[in-house]
Design a binder for this molecule. Structure first.
Ligand SMILES: CCCCCC/C=C/C(=O)SCCNC(=O)CCNC(=O)[C@H](O)C(C)(C)COP(=O)(O)OP(=O)(O)OC[C@H]1O[C@@H](n2cnc3c(N)ncnc32)[C@H](O)[C@@H]1OP(=O)(O)O
Length: 390
């Protein structure tokens, strides 16, 4: 509801210290005696300084109290049934009945004082303070109704360890229930992610290969399943090159923003493996059979612009302004009506959910076999012996 213009009392603005001082002086004057006209004017100014939007219900209350204080009881005709905004405002004002002007003024000042106190206690904190505890391989923060999950293993190009798969699942589970509107996955450092950590294949005793392959397939099924079922808008902020599973799951995101430094590489055949992340289904749908085969079968690496032209990426930004442009965009999107956004996401996804889970199960059962193949073992060994030979 667009009330901002009419409730002359609302405009986010200045810094915390002036806000806190005004709240304090307002509180002191109103407790000494009834609120004066000066207190009322000061409250009207203060409401413009609030950083946090108090929501339509509170804005309606402020509007009603303002009108009651300045004009007395509502005696204008009720707006027509289709004039929704003015009708809501009229209803709020009319609900105050014959409340005396002095009481309305006092209530207005009290309400603003309460809003100011909670607003100053929720001022922006540095990122280190906002960081959610409990993650070792991720940095998870929430701000402006956006939960950001950042893979945090820059020295290893954000290669995904078993612990990282698990922590990403936990972070998604928590984000699905928090009050965020949008969830972002991104990487710390120069890479978005180099995909599965190839060490995941190296620590298995010879007799336990089959069991480990089975466990790996279960973990992968659950990991990809979280993206299939995720109920809120998911945005990938691709800060640099992306490899393997970090690319294939992009078909399950709602928006993919990429720096022009990013590349997209799925070298499954070279690794003796096969596609996962539902890409065997989503990629041909997104980019057509021929282009999907080039990526998934022949390991063609795409630039960000090529990936955008093929529909895998939503938009490409110059690396120099990437973070600024993307976060400005996301902050604007995060103010959209939350429930409507989530319902739209779910309507789109629900049409495909069953199919995606079936594809996920099929891909994982093929991969489970692939991990036991000589082709896969040799490719992994050759990656790790590469450095030793230099
Ligand atoms: C539960 C199991 C689920 C499995 C799901 C199936 C998923 C499949 C895939 O994701 S397949 C894709 C796997 N990824 C790769 O094949 C990429 C391998 N890495 C590379 O090719 C290169 O490292 C690079 C191109 C990403 C970057 O090259 P460069 O710029 O030359 O840097 P370095 O190679 O020196 O890398 C720095 C440091 O990071 C280590 N590292 C990078 N990526 C991985 C990786 N994927 N796995 C393990 N380690 C990785 C690299 O070894 C270096 O370590 P060091 O400094 O030498 O200790």
């Amino acid at each position: 509801m667009a009330l901002a213009g009419a409730v002359r009392c609302w405009r986010p603005g200045a810094g915390p210290s002036s806000l806190q001082m005004q709240a304090l002086s307002l509180h002191m004057s109103k407790t000494a005696m009834g609120a004066s006209q000066k207190d009322f004017e000061s409250a009207m100014n203060q409401v413009k300084l609030l950083k946090k939007d108090p929501g339509n219900e509170v804005k309606l209350k402020l509007y009603a109290l303002y009108k009651q204080t300045t004009e007395g009881p509502c005696n204008t005709p009720r707006p027509g049934v289709f004039d929704l905004i003015n009708k809501a405002k009229w209803d709020a004002w009319n609900a105050l009945g014959n409340l005396p002007k002095e009481t309305a003024r006092q209530n207005y000042v009290d309400l603003v004082s309460d809003l100011s106190s909670s607003d100053s206690s929720s001022q922006v904190k540095p990122e280190t303070d906002r960081k959610q505890p409990g993650y070792e391989t991720l940095v998870v923060t929430s701000e402006d109704s956006i939960t950001k999950i950042m893979m945090n293993r820059p020295a290893k190009k954000n290669a995904l360890t078993i612990q990282m798969y698990r922590e990403i699942m936990l972070a998604l589970e928590a984000a699905s229930k928090d009050d965020s509107t949008i969830i972002v996955l991104t990487g710390n450092g120069d890479y978005y992610s180099s995909g599965n950590d190839l060490m995941n294949f190296m620590n298995t005793p010879p007799g336990e290969m089959e069991k480990e392959a089975k466990n790996g397939a279960i973990l992968l099924r659950d990991f990809v399943g979280c993206f299939i079922d995720f109920p809120k808008p998911l945005v990938a902020v691709i800060n640099g090159p992306a490899v393997g599973i970090s690319v294939t799951i992009l078909g399950l995101f709602d928006l993919v923003y990429a720096s022009d430094r990013a590349t997209f590489h799925t070298p499954f055949t070279h690794l003796g493996q096969s596609p996962e992340g539902c890409s065997s289904y989503t990629f041909p749908k997104i980019m057509g059979q021929a282009k999907a085969a080039e990526m998934l079968m022949f390991g063609k690496k795409l630039t960000a612009r090529e990936a955008c032209a093929q529909g895998l990426v939503t938009e490409v930004f110059p690396d120099s302004t990437f973070q600024k442009e993307v976060w400005t965009r996301l902050k604007a999107y995060s103010k959209l009506p939350r429930n409507a956004l989530h319902i739209s996401k779910q309507s789109i996804r629900n049409l495909e959910k069953e199919k995606l889970h079936a594809v996920n199960a099929e891909e994982n059962s093929v991969l489970q076999e692939r991990w036991l193949s000589d082709e896969c073992m040799n490719a992994v060994m050759s990656f790790f012996s590469r450095k030793a030979k230099l």
